[in-house]
Design a protein around this ligand. Structure first.
Ligand code: NDP
Length: 300
């Protein structure tokens, strides 16, 4: 029998809805007062079905917030030169404030080269090396969407994060490392754990804030959680259980929720915040490009 849930459930779906409403209200003001409509260009190379779904959802939500959405679908065998030429055109287009190249790219394309061709001011994924450096040195940057969403939920739950012990399990460039930088920026004492970490359970038990970004279904169990801690589960894992397809996180929800003070569920936790933060980043980029005040509470 599943253990009784004790933790407060952090509702990422409802939070994302609030963020989208804030973005839409700000966009409406920009249009009315400045005649400016932010625009997001999404580039998809190839036919990967999961990527196609993400791109479609991004387009729908971008339009729903009042912004312009430009989709560029390129054939799987598109040459690097053609892709870079498209990015150059989007960089030069003043109606495009955000550019996102959907990853992963087909093997013949060099992702780093492609991402680093995007104008850093339009890099709404925050993956350009300039933005990575700016974030790492505590300067204004475009912040990767998933960690930004986690930070927003943590600030909302805790108020100030200063002095809290944060453990981030996972050191990828898209989640783990930027998440750790953001928590450091909010003056947490940060530990980054990974596959070589010794006694991961003991490290995790020291966390007031535990962020799991591992990509291993239900790996973080209740015995690894400090009583009362806040657990943010970034993981999205498709598994089969009792003959049915199921989506689970990197955290074993039932056992962790019995110990934690607050926890994000999967689905309905971090996932919905990622696209909401993409919209927020596009709005921020449009404001910065036009010398206008940035939206409050939607940036790091
Ligand atoms: P990566 O595979 O790039 O990184 C996984 C990290 O976990 C690595 O740093 C790895 O360590 C570490 N790790 C793997 N196994 C262990 C272990 N046994 N103990 C401790 N650490 C371990 O994954 P991503 O960061 O891209 O994604 C992480 C998860 O988040 C995935 O489930 C992904 O689907 C999900 N995700 C969700 C998003 C959302 O919108 N909610 C967005 C992006 C990702 P090492 O470096 O030593 O190999």
């Amino acid at each position: 029998m599943a253990a009784e849930t004790k933790a407060k459930v952090i509702d990422g779906k409802a939070f994302a809805e609030k963020v989208r409403e804030q973005v839409a209200a700000h966009v409406a003001r920009l249009q009315a007062e400045n005649g400016l409509t932010p625009g997001l260009a999404v580039v998809l190379v190839g036919e990967d079905p999961a990527s196609a779904v993400y791109v479609k959802n991004k387009g729908i939500q971008t339009k729903a917030s009042g912004m312009n959405s430009y989709e560029h679908k390129l054939a799987a065998d598109t040459s690097e030169a053609d892709l870079l030429a498209l990015i150059d055109r989007l960089n030069a287009d003043p109606s495009v404030h955000g550019i996102l190249v959907q990853l992963p790219l087909p093997d013949h394309l060099n992702s780093e080269l492609v991402i680093n061709r995007i104008d850093p001011a339009k890099d709404v994924d925050g993956f350009h090396i300039s933005n990575v450096g700016l974030l790492g040195t505590g300067q204004k940057s475009m912040v990767p969407c998933t960690p930004l969403g986690c930070l927003m939920m943590l600030r909302d739950h805790h108020g100030k994060l200063a002095g809290l012990n944060a453990v981030v399990v996972g050191r990828s460039n898209i989640v783990g490392k930027p998440m750790a930088q953001l928590l450091l920026g909010d003056s947490c004492t940060v530990t980054i754990a990974h596959s070589r970490t010794k006694d991961l359970a003991e490290v995790c038990r020291g966390a007031d804030i535990l962020v799991a970004a591992v990509g291993r279904p239900e790996m973080i169990t209740g015995d690894m959680v400090k009583p009362g801690a806040t657990v943010i589960d970034v993981g999205i894992n498709r598994i089969e259980r009792d003959g049915k397809a199921k989506l689970v996180g990197d955290v074993h929800y039932e056992s962790a929720a019995a110990v934690a003070g607050a926890i994000t569920p999967v689905p309905g936790g971090v996932g919905p915040m990622t696209i909401a933060c993409l919209l927020a980043n596009t709005l921020t980029a449009a404001c910065r490009a036009n010398g206008l005040a940035e939206p409050e509470g939607l940036t790091a």
